[in-house]
Design a protein around this ligand. Structure first.
Ligand code: PRP
Ligand code: 7HP
Length: 183
């Protein structure tokens, strides 16, 4: 199997990710003490973050997933958010925490928050591992975030470029030559 290391520069290492996720989980546990919580992971990118986060939370926490798609094979958002998978569970009257891998333009999150609010949860908050404010196009507040990152296209730890690199255990910046070669 091809080793991608030579074209990807590490931005956030595995240990740093794990340390910050534990801190986030402690904060979330404190805030939701005594309340039932439903985590909603946004597929596909959030699967790794959600898996690590939920293992640090109370074992009674429920989980469901929504799928969205807006980047395709590009490093730029198409601007159109499509739902590829809806929830199985109802969110009505429940405490919901939306779990994202990255907020970039903010269009995906804006769309999801509006969609979920209309279903009348008791509360709705957002937790994103990575916040890239430089390219924001939609106004959206984050209740919890892991890291603020610079304006670069990142891969790994669930995030892809043309469906590759999701399995990297760290977050790295994809070098420009690599993007141009394959675009
Ligand atoms: C990515 C990422 C976020 C969204 C963030 O999903 O996982 O959900 O883009 O970008 P935005 O803030 O500019 O909307 P993508 O549409 O690439 O699907 P994927 O998670 O399946 O790769
Ligand atoms: C989506 C996305 N996917 C991978 N890397 C990034 O930097 C991204 N921003 N938005």
């Amino acid at each position: 199997m091809a080793r991608p290391k030579e074209k990807i520069n590490t931005l956030i290492g595995h240990e740093e990710l794990q340390k910050r996720i534990k801190e986030l989980a402690n904060e979330i546990s404190r805030d939701y003490e005594g309340r039932d919580l439903l985590l909603i992971g946004v597929l596909k990118g959030s699967f790794m973050f959600l898996a690590d986060l939920i293992r640090e939370l109370d074992y009674t926490v429920a989980v469901d997933f929504m799928g969205t798609y807006s980047y395709g094979a590009s490093t730029q958002s198409s601007g159109e958010v499509r739902i590829t998978k809806d929830l199985e569970q109802s969110v009505s009257g429940r405490h919901v925490l939306l779990v994202e891998d990255i907020v970039d333009t903010g269009l995906t999150l804006r769309y999801l928050v509006d969609t979920l609010r209309a279903r009348q949860p008791a509360s709705l908050k957002v937790c994103a591992l990575l916040d890239k404010p430089a390219r924001r196009r939609a106004r959206i507040g984050l209740d919890y975030y892991g890291f603020i990152i610079p304006n670069a296209f990142v891969v790994g730890y669930g995030l892809d470029y043309q469906e590759k690199y999701r399995g990297l255990p760290y977050v790295g910046v994809l070098e420009e030559e690599e993007q141009q070669k394959t675009e």
